[in-house]
Ligand binder design. Structure first.
Ligand code: RFL
Ligand code: PHB
Length: 389
């Protein structure tokens, strides 16, 4: 088989790139290790920046999102009994939207199907060959049979545990990583959200986040120990702990119910440089991870796709390689800022096992400064709604 761009990974990054290129007449094949249902079963991001929304519109897959998403003009931050709102709209004239990653991925799969896009599921043992040559190819196995795809370029959109990043030799690749000494335990429940905006709560028992998907679907997280597993937490224990970590005004009116999903995610900051090696380009979680505190993971994936898509159009439609030649540099410049923001939000709002009394005073002062200072709020708001592409 031959295609112009072989895309490894059928998560949101790979599908969005495939859909955008298809609309410009550029042929792609997407190789996904799992099934469609498996990919759609992963409950992840909920907050989309305007840049992401615009890219979905450009890809022609925003109709349902535009109808069903919820616009959020601000967010609540709480610390013990103090709480205040960061008003994105007032501070930046921009908002974010709540529309789950599951829905984004579903819309992208539906569009790929409607356009007869090639997505190969259950692709095992995917390997990238000759990425540093002019004639790369990809091999994979389905049902025990090996297949080969010849291509012009390979987009590595296969997430943190994929093969694409590993294809770049260690003599070229440099990785930067920070692991945090806790995870997030998240649940999804068919209950009305406790508040119309998200609540990021820093409490003496640890961090908590109240988020949502729609008026009867709530997403809540609590900071947990890395040694915990979801089975250690009954629904009742989760709700009790959440109530202890959010201001009493919300705890008193929290509607609880059975969880329909419960999982733990460890928190990590990670960046690979460079994001291009020859004809291989890394995008999204394959190249970088942020702790979820700033809601930046999927949004940084989208900015990578924006840069790569524009670079590839320039290459195919105008014979100009400047876009692909500057891809890594441009993508990384934005990513490091999102890494900084996510790291800062994580430090601001979590309890660390080794925090001294002094550290706690610094954290409280940081939050008080944010509460009282419009410039500090503007910095948070600008980063949260998304830095320009
Ligand atoms: P994905 O979603 O991991 O998709 C990669 C796909 O590649 C497949 N794959 C392979 N396919 C073929 N061959 C191989 N060898 C392969 N290896 C892997 C996988 O099966 C998969 O289908 O990466 P992508 O597309 O780059 O998307 C990234 C986002 O999923 C991620 O950044 C976000 O979910 C992060 N994130 C959030 N991001 C936001 O922007 N806003 C949020 O509010 C937000 N909340 C979150 C989050 C992530 C979380 N967790 C669980 C990590 C909340 C949580 C709890
Ligand atoms: C979510 O709704 O899953 C969510 C929202 C905001 C975050 C992280 C996750 O910062």
């Amino acid at each position: 088989m031959r295609t112009q761009v072989a895309i490894i990974g059928g998560g949101p990054s790979g599908l969005l790139l495939s859909q955008l290129l298809h609309r410009k007449g550029i042929d792609t094949v997407v190789l996904e290790r799992k099934t469609r249902d498996y990919v759609l079963g992963r409950i992840r991001a909920g907050i989309l920046e305007t840049g992401f929304v615009n890219l979905m519109r450009e890809a022609g897959v925003a109709d349902r999102m535009d109808k069903e998403c919820f616009v959020h003009d601000g967010t609540v931050i709480s610390h013990g009994d103090t709480q205040f709102t960061i008003d994105f709209k007032d501070l930046t004239d921009t908002s974010v939207v709540v529309y789950g990653q599951t829905e984004v991925t579903r819309d992208l799969y539906d569009a790929r199907e409607a356009m007869d896009g090639t997505v190969i599921f259950n692709a095992e043992n995917v390997q990238i060959h000759g990425a540093d040559s002019d004639t790369p190819h990809v091999t994979y196995t389905t049902d025990g049979v090996e297949h080969r795809i010849d291509c012009d370029f390979v987009a590595g959109c296969d997430g943190f545990h994929g093969v694409s990043r590993q294809t770049i030799p260690l003599t070229v690749r440099r990785e930067y990583e920070k692991l945090y000494p806790f995870g997030w335990l998240g649940i999804l429940s068919e209950t009305p959200p406790v508040h119309e905006e998200l609540i990021y709560s820093c409490s003496s028992r640890g961090f908590a986040l109240c988020s949502m998907r729609n008026e009867n679907l709530s997403r809540y997280y609590i900071q947990c120990s890395l040694s915990d597993s979801p089975e250690d937490w009954s629904d009742d224990a989760f709700w009790q702990e959440l109530k202890r970590r959010i201001p009493s005004e919300y705890a008193d009116k929290l509607v609880t119910g059975p969880s329909i999903e419960k999982s733990i995610a460890p928190l990590r900051s990670f960046v690979t440089e460079p994001m291009r090696w020859g004809r291989l380009f890394l995008c999204g979680d394959a190249a970088h991870i942020v702790p979820p505190t700033g809601a930046k993971g999927l949004n940084t994936a989208a900015s990578d796709i924006h840069y790569l898509y524009n670079g590839l159009i320039l290459h195919y439609l105008d014979g100009d390689d400047t876009g692909i030649d500057t891809y890594s540099e441009k993508a990384l410049a934005r990513i490091w800022k999102a890494e900084r923001f996510s790291w800062w939000m994580t430090n601001l709002l979590h309890r660390f096992p080794d925090q001294s009394e002094f550290d706690l005073k610094m954290q409280a002062a940081d939050i008080a400064f944010l509460r009282d200072n419009r410039a500090a709020q503007t910095v948070l708001a600008q980063n949260y709604v998304g830095l320009p592409y």
